[in-house]
Design a protein around this ligand. Structure first.
Ligand code: UDP
Length: 470
C-alpha cells in the first residue's frame, strides 16, 4: 500500500454492505475507477466476505481490508457475516444495525491509509458518514436501487399515501406521477406501519438521514432508462443522484476459471442452442425465502409449460423444499443448479430468451443488458416497485399471475404456465422482447468510454470530487 501510495494521487474507499447484490456494483465501480491514472482503491469488508471480493478483484490492484464483524449480536448466529447466510430475512435489520460496532476499527484503519479523496459506502452503512466527516472526505451513498423505485418510496412516504385505502390491494394514484398506480402490497414495513418503530424503522431513518447529509448518491442505472425519474429526483430531493451504470457492463469476471472448465449448466445451454431450443432462466436472487408449497407449484408449473428451463436455486430454498422431491417433480426438460453461477454469463448465453426473476435491481439490469425479457415475480423489499417498472413503465417484461390478483399472492401452476408461455411465445412477449433489446442497446451506449451518458456522469463526478486535490 505504501509503495503505491507514493505514486498515486487519488485514493477512493469503497465499503459495500455484506450482501452479494449490494457488493457486485461496487466491485464493478472499483474496476472503473482503477482504469484512471493515479487512482488507488481500498475496499473495506469482513473476513467472511473477503474471498469472493478478492476473487472478483484478483486481476486488479484494489487493496482489501477486512474488519472484524461484530460478535455476540442477539439473534445473529455466530459466523454469519452476510445477509444471504441469515436464517431469515426478518433478521436483516438487527444484522445491519450491528455493523455500527465496526466503526472504531474502520477509523483505526483509515488512520493508517493515504489521504482519502472520497468514499462510496452502502446506504445501510450510515455510520460511515460520521467517519467521513471526522476525517474530512466526502461520502457518496450507494443503495443498489433504481431511481424509479426511490421516487415511488419518496412519493408515498411524503404524503402518507399508503394509509388512505381500506384494502392492501386498492390502487393508489401518485399525484407526482399520475400515470403510476401502486398498492399498499407493493411496500414492506416500515412504509406500511402507521406508527413505525423498531429496528427496521431505526435502520431506515438512520440511513436516510445520513444519505441526505452525504455528498450524493450514485445510482447503478442509466439516464436513458429512467430520465423522468432522474430529473424529478434531482429537482425535488435534497440528495443529488448520479446515474453511472449499468455497472454490470464493466467487463468483470465473477468466476475465476480456465476456458476449458465450462460449468455443466453452460454445456447444457450449448446443447439447447444446438437443438434450436430457447431456454427460460429461473432465479430468485441470493436471499429470497420461498415456501415449500410455492416451490412445488413452481416446479409443476415449469414442467407443464412447454419451455426448457434452467433453474438456479439457493440452498435456503432447497432446505425448505426438500431437494429430492423438487428434482423428481421437474422432469427432464429442465435443469436445476444448486451452485453459485455467473448469472450474467447465463443471461448472455444465446439460448436464453426469458428470465423468471424476483426483480432484484441487479437482475433486472443484467437482463436488460442481455436483451432478455423478464417474467416478474417480486417477493420483498423494493422488488414489487422494480416489477412495476419492468412491466408497466419501460415494458421489458410481464408479471406472473397470482391466484388472487394481489402482488403478494400465491402463484398457481396454471398461472405460471400461462405467463411463461406468453413471455416465450406470445404476442405481448414479442413486444416486450423488442423493447428490452432496444434498452439493451441504449445501456451499452450509456457506458461507452468518452461519449456515453453514464461514462460522462462518472467522469464529471470524479473530477468534481478530486479537483480540490489538483
Ligand atoms: N448472482 C450470481 N449468481 C448466483 C446468484 C446471484 O451471479 O448464483 C448475482 C446476480 O447476477 C446479481 C446478484 O447476484 O448480480 C443478485 O442481486 P439482485 O439485486 O438481483 O438480487 P438480491 O440477491 O440482492 O435479492
Amino acid at each position: 500500500m505504501e509503495a503505491r501510495s507514493r505514486d498515486s494521487k487519488y485514493h477512493v474507499i469503497l465499503f459495500p454492505f455484506m450482501s452479494k447484490g449490494h457488493t457486485f456494483p461496487l466491485l464493478d465501480l472499483a474496476r472503473l475507477l482503477l482504469r484512471r491514472p493515479d487512482f488507488i482503491v481500498t475496499v473495506f469488508t469482513t473476513s467472511g466476505n473477503h474471498s469472493f471480493i478478492a476473487n472478483s478483484l484478483s486481476d486488479t490492484t484494489a487493496f482489501i481490508i477486512d474488519l472484524p464483524f461484530p460478535q455476540n449480536i442477539p439473534q445473529i448466529p455466530a459466523g454469519v457475516e452476510s445477509t444471504d447466510q441469515l436464517p431469515s430475512m426478518s433478521l436483516f435489520a438487527p444484522f445491519a444495525l450491528s455493523t455500527k460496532l465496526m466503526q472504531p476499527d474502520f477509523e483505526k484503519a483509515i488512520e493508517t491509509l493515504p489521504p482519502v479523496s472520497f468514499m462510496v459506502s452502502d446506504g445501510f452503512l450510515w455510520w460511515t458518514l460520521d467517519s467521513a466527516i471526522k476525517f474530512g472526505f466526502p461520502r457518496l451513498v450507494s443503495y443498489g436501487m433504481c431511481i424509479y423505485s426511490s421516487c415511488l418510496y419518496k412519493a408515498v412516504a411524503e404524503r402518507r399515501l399508503l394509509f388512505g385505502p381500506e384494502s392492501d390491494d386498492e390502487l393508489i394514484t401518485l399525484p407526482q406521477f399520475p400515470w403510476i398506480k401502486v398498492t399498499r402490497n407493493d411496500f414492506d414495513s416500515p412504509f406500511t406501519d402507521s406508527e413505525p418503530s423498531g429496528p427496521l424503522f431505526e435502520l431506515n431513518m438512520a440511513s436516510l438521514i445520513a444519505a441526505i447529509n452525504s455528498y450524493g448518491t450514485i445510482i447503478n442505472s442509466f439516464y436513458e432508462l429512467e430520465a423522468t425519474f432522474a430529473d424529478h429526483w434531482n429537482k425535488e430531493s435534497g440528495n443529488k443522484a448520479w446515474c453511472v451504470g449499468p455497472l454490470c457492463l464493466v467487463d468483470a469476471p465473477r468466476a475465476q476459471r480456465e476456458p476449458h472448465e465450462k460449468p455443466t449448466w453452460i454445456k447444457w445451454l450449448d446443447q439447447k442452442l444446438q437443438q434450436g431450443r430457447s431456454v427460460l432462466y429461473v432465479a430468485f436472487g441470493s436471499q429470497v425465502d420461498i415456501s415449500p408449497q410455492q416451490l412445488k407449484e413452481i416446479a409443476i408449473g415449469l414442467k407443464e409449460s412447454r419451455v426448457s428451463f434452467l433453474w438456479v436455486t439457493r440452498a435456503k430454498e432447497l432446505e425448505l423444499g426438500g431437494e429430492f422431491e423438487l428434482e423428481e417433480r421437474i422432469g427432464d426438460r429442465g435443469i436445476v443448479v444448486r451452485e453459485w453461477v455467473d448469472q450474467r454469463e447465463i443471461l448472455m448465453h444465446k439460448s436464453v430468451s426469458g428470465f423468471l426473476s424476483h426483480c432484484g435491481w441487479n437482475s433486472v439490469l443484467e437482463s436488460i443488458c442481455a436483451g432478455v425479457p423478464i417474467l416478474a415475480w417480486p417477493m420483498m423489499a423494493e422488488q414489487p416497485l422494480n416489477a412495476r417498472m419492468v412491466a408497466e413503465e419501460i415494458r421489458v417484461g410481464l408479471r406472473v399471475e397470482t391466484c388472487n390478483g394481489s402482488v403478494r399472492g400465491f402463484v398457481k401452476r396454471e398461472g405460471l404456465k400461462k405467463m411463461v408461455e406468453e413471455l416465450m411465445e406470445g404476442e405481448i412477449g414479442k413486444e416486450v422482447r423488442k423493447n428490452v433489446e432496444e434498452y439493451g442497446e441504449l445501456a451499452r451506449k450509456a457506458m461507452e468510454v468518452g461519449g456515453g451518458s453514464s461514462w460522462r456522469t462518472l467522469d464529471t463526478l470524479v473530477n468534481d470530487l478530486t479537483c480540490a486535490d489538483r
